[in-house]
Design a protein around this ligand. Structure first.
Ligand code: 4EZ
Length: 232
């Protein structure tokens, strides 16, 4: 039986999920709150990590190693790169990279360190389930590359550079590190984001305006994913 971790980075990203749970138990651990609930007969652990690769690494590791979750779903918002992605559109990561991991001085590609890999791939079964969910909801979900780094990108040149190195469709600040953790610990994972901005000069304004509505769009899809995982 699965114990499902549902992660976001910011409170707004998990609030719509907590609303759907009814009763839950709150535990404080390693500087974060973890919300445990039974949902349709299955145990869930929900948490927001705080922003960035380090905090998200800590939370993903905690959910797996301390709370014994055996599948991880991430819900949140992202900056869009692929021009087909508009505000509120959903993107599912097929693979993720760390766009700010740079030892190119030694001839390595961007995003690569020895014994690591430029990209970490998402679980194929969860990707297949997300297609079923998208079909049932009649929703278009773009599958693509998500690039992660410790930076809120609001600059066309930086965007272009991320496209050059990773051919990324969207960018954010947690997915790539969560992917590394789940891959290393053999836990299937799924990273979903709804677009809040397009990482250009207006990004911070767009983010402030749309992050809450986009977070809800992502959370609603993630709860349908939970239903699917439970029914399999
Ligand atoms: C990080 N998250 C943004 C956190 C912003 C403000 C207080 C997603 C995101 C993002 N990350 C949305 N748009 C982005 C962008 N343009 N660059 C990086 O995961 C916190």
């Amino acid at each position: 039986m699965n114990k499902i971790a549902i992660m976001g980075a910011m409170p707004e990203e998990v609030a719509p999920i907590l609303e759907k749970l009814g009763e839950y138990k709150t535990t404080e651990y390693a500087g974060n709150k973890y919300y445990e609930a039974t949902y349709n007969g299955v145990e869930l652990v929900v948490a927001y990590s705080k922003i960035g690769k380090v905090f998200s690494t800590l939370t993903a590791t905690t959910m797996i190693e301390h709370f014994a979750c055996d599948v991880l779903l991430f819900s949140g918002v992202a900056g869009g790169i692929n021009p087909s992605l508009k505000i509120g559109d959903l993107i599912v990561a097929t693979k993720l990279s760390q766009h700010d991991l740079d030892i190119t001085a030694f001839g390595h590609p961007m995003g690569y360190v020895p014994e690591g890999s430029v990209f970490v791939e998402t679980d194929k079964d969860l990707l297949a389930l997300s297609k079923e969910v998208a079909n049932e909801l009649g929703k278009t979900v773009v599958e693509g590359v998500i690039a992660t780094g410790d930076q809120f990108v609001h600059d066309e040149k930086i965007k272009a550079n991320i496209v050059k190195h990773f051919n990324a469709d969207a960018l954010e600040m947690e997915g790539g590190s969560v992917a590394v953790v789940c891959n290393a610990l053999n836990v299937p994972f799924f990273i979903l984001r709804a677009i809040s901005d397009t990482a250009d000069t207006d990004a911070s304004f767009s983010f402030d305006e749309f992050m809450e509505s986009s977070a809800i769009i992502s959370a609603e899809f993630i709860m349908k994913m939970v239903d699917k995982v439970i029914s399999k």
